[in-house]
Design a protein around this ligand. Structure first.
Ligand code: B12
Ligand code: SF4
Length: 501
């Protein structure tokens, strides 16, 4: 028999280093707890045998909520939902998060999904859980798609995005920080001081989710929460999950001043766009660094202005990227530049231009690292009509989206020799950057391999010549690994470019 007030929330395992507890679920849990519901949070770190834990916990639950992003999350979510339905068919399964919000009908078409909460989830989930608890109809819950008693799919109207200041603090106490610290080696507290970004890049779904509205906590709230949570959980590092923190530069600087004034010390990092950072003065960027900012991730994507235009990133210019690198270098902040290669319409010459210009920026400013990806079309991105015309096959079921891990996708305009050339160019580009870093870091007696490779690799990038890649063979043979870095953490993502692209 369901205990009348328990909700189980599940965050499936994902690829890559753990970033701390799943912030989405901590946010969803707070309004439920305030309304008197009990919440059990499950992920693979809190419960290594998470499947067994879910089956046990759902036995007396009102419902099970599952968060999914496109990609590897989906497999675990599907397997678990099937198992729960077999054992506890009466427990409603509710999907939420980016993937199910962007591919709602398809997700809900699966027999094991009873409802999808679209977009920002706090208020919609609370209303739904209240209805489940009281046995009321699900009709009329804005932001909800669900199957009615005849298993027909119903899409209720959209729920306007709520002002984040009206939402309670994420329920950090539900996730034991020791467990995440042990898994990641760092005491981290994920935090989102805002949601939404005003831009409309053609490959990004932020605009679909948050309607281009920068929706931010007040400065006082951010400073108060961070400076209270950090000492309470003995936190070293706060990754900010905001889409584009510097949309409001004055606010970001006020947060930095507030942190400094509090005397509470921790490292923090965030993502933003180079147009905003480059507008800040050197002193303002230094202020960010003094308050603890040690890394910033930028969606630079390409150094070709034509490709940036194709991406609808007219707001961003190559000079701003260099200026951003200069200012952050001066302030002692590490930066990761994301790159998207193989974007529809990008020519080989434009790609080579990106490798050359980015290599040049990194040569001048050693604080720059890169996170290059081959273009991956996620659900709901604005250019799907164009992609379909170009022959991209859209996954036809929830499970098919699982295999859309970065780079394993097949792009009709990028295969055979073109793909090989892209991969080689990319590997040389990363190797070139690794060599530069090693030459700066290592004592002279340990630089020999790098010294040998430096000239030829630099020449290849300059001339875009990648045949007979003996430098790559040599660097692999001696175990000099080419790494790609996380935009969120700056830490290496994978050992070999081929495995991630
Ligand atoms: C942090 C982050 C991650 C972390 C999350 C870990 C953690 N500990 O929280 C990790 C490392 C897992 C991650 C990985 C990836 N990510 Co990511 N990530 C983000 C980021 C920066 C913040 C997410 C976040 O926590 N936001 C704050 C919380 C409060 O918001 P939220 O997660 O959206 O949750 C709300 C709603 O979605 C909803 N909701 C969420 N789950 C549920 C569940 C239920 C039951 C309900 C009812 C509602 C609900 O309610 C929540 C509260 O309002 C976003 C960008 C952004 N600004 O949001 C990208 C983003 C979500 N990621 C994205 C992508 C592309 C990826 C990767 C595919 C990229 C990659 N390099 O491989 C991988 C996929 C991982 C996988 N499938 O294995 C895309 C989403 C694309 C998509 N279609 O899913 C985003 C939007 C970035 C972008 N602009 O393109 N990511
Ligand atoms: S600037 Fe970043 S978050 Fe904003 S729309 Fe472009 S890719 Fe998305």
């Amino acid at each position: 028999m369901p205990r009348a007030n328990k909700v189980v929330l599940f965050y499936p395992p994902y690829d890559g280093p753990p970033l701390g507890p799943p912030l989405s679920l901590l946010c969803l849990a707070s309004p439920l707890l305030e309304a008197g519901f009990e919440v059990t949070l499950v992920d693979n770190l809190l419960y290594p045998d998470y499947q067994e834990a879910i089956l046990r916990e759902t036995a007396d639950a009102l419902c099970l909520g599952i968060s999914i992003l496109t990609g590897p999350h989906i497999g675990a979510a599907v397997r678990l939902s099937r198992a729960v339905k077999k054992l506890h068919s009466e427990v409603p399964i509710i999907f939420g998060g980016w993937h199910s919000s962007l591919a709602t009908h398809q997700t809900l078409s699966e027999p094991f999904v009873d409802a999808v909460v679209r977009g920002q989830g706090e208020l919609t989930l609370l209303e739904l859980v209240q209805r489940i608890a009281s046995g009321a109809s699900w009709h009329g819950v804005h932001g909800l798609s669900f199957k009615d008693t005849d298993r027909r799919i119903v899409h209720e109207p959209e729920r306007p995005v709520a002002d984040v200041n009206l939402l309670p603090r994420p329920a950090y106490h539900l996730a034991d920080p020791e467990i995440y610290a042990a898994a990641s080696g760092v005491r981290q507290l994920p935090y989102a001081s805002s949601v939404g970004c005003p831009y409309q890049c053609n490959y990004c779904t932020d605009q679909v989710f948050y309607k281009r509205r920068f929706n931010a906590y007040r400065v006082e709230r951010v400073v108060e929460e961070l400076t209270e949570l950090v000492p309470r959980y003995n936190i070293e590092h706060v990754p900010l999950f905001d889409s584009n923190l510097l949309v409001d530069r004055r606010r970001a600087l006020a947060i930095a001043r507030g942190i400094l004034a509090s005397g509470v010390k921790f490292r923090w990092d965030f993502q933003t766009s180079t147009d905003f950072l480059s507008l800040m003065s050197d002193d303002e960027v230094r202020l960010l660094a003094e308050s603890g900012v040690h890394l910033i991730g930028f969606g630079t994507e390409s150094a070709s202005q034509e490709v940036l235009t194709l991406m609808n990133k007219r707001f961003q210019h190559v000079e701003q990227m260099a200026e951003t690198a200069r200012k952050t270098h001066l302030a002692g902040i590490q930066v990761v530049f994301n790159l998207i290669l193989g974007y529809p319409g990008e020519t080989d010459a434009q790609r080579q231009q990106t490798f050359r210009i980015m290599s040049d920026i990194a040569r001048q400013y050693p604080n720059v690292s890169f996170s290059p990806n081959i273009f991956t079309p996620y659900p709901g991105i604005p250019i799907w009509p164009q992609l379909r015309e170009m022959g991209v096959r859209e996954p036809q079921s929830l499970e098919e989206w699982e295999t859309l891990a970065l780079g394993t996708n097949v792009l009709p305009w990028l295969h055979g020799d073109d793909l090989l050339r892209l991969r080689r160019g990319l590997e040389y580009f990363l190797l070139n950057n690794e060599i530069r870093k090693a030459m700066r870091k290592l004592p002279w007696e340990r630089r020999s391999v790098w010294q040998l490779l430096r000239g030829p690799v630099g020449w290849r990038i300059g001339k875009s010549r990648y045949s007979f890649p003996w430098e790559l063979w040599l660097s692999r043979a001696v175990g000099k690994i080419v790494t790609r870095r996380s935009l969120l953490t700056g830490r290496p993502l994978a050992e070999r470019t081929q495995e991630v692209c």
